[in-house]
Design a protein around this ligand. Sequence first.
Ligand SMILES: N[C@@H](CCC(=O)N[C@@H](CS)C(=O)NCC(=O)O)C(=O)O
Length: 222
Amino acid sequence: MVTVHHLENSRSQRILWLLEELGLAYEIRRYKRDPKTSLAPPELLKVHPLGKSPVITDGDLTLAESGAIVEYLVERYGKGAFAPKPGTPERIRYTYWLHFAEGTAMPPLVMKLVFNRIERAPMPFFARPIARGISQKVKKGMIDPNLARIVEHIEAELGKGEWLAGDAFSAADILMSFPIEAAAARAGANGKPRMARFLERIHARPAYQRALEKGGKLEILR
Ligand SMILES: N[C@@H](CCC(=O)N[C@@H](CS)C(=O)NCC(=O)O)C(=O)O
């Protein structure tokens, strides 16, 4: 049976959601974030050397990295669903979004979170204006323009079909859900009508709701 090593309020929610869409029985091992740092607890290091989530185990296999887990589960248990047929234009779009989610969208979204936190971190009063000045310079000069392009790109692409890979819902929509949620919370994407509609539609899916019931609430950190 597949076991998901699930860190509360994290990217691993997507794996629970995919397993619910697949209708597969699975087990959840739960991990809590450190209340001060939001980091994963050291027990996750016993599952995988990077100590991050998601990680799944399935028989002898231990697999980390959301995109790799999604590809594995769809190929092994999807019975042809949730991925467009190989050799089609939709499949190329599918592959593109699978890589885009963690390869292009998440890095600046995580940087935005880190710099937001630097500005709010406890520090001596005389250091705050310096820390804030550096943070705002990095955000304004590098992170925000990059995120603005990413948001515009996703918004434009969502206009080309019902879902990201084409007219059929696919695992690429599941993988992209987290960057789209994070962009809504941290990069102004909540003002984009197609992205807002995308989030409404995924939230309405029964499998998404079952995954939330099992995995706990998803409150994107800001
Ligand atoms: N690209 C990896 C990122 C994994 C990752 O950073 N996961 C976060 C959860 S959102 C985590 O474990 N954070 C806690 C920590 O870094 O200690 C993936 O998609 O699996």
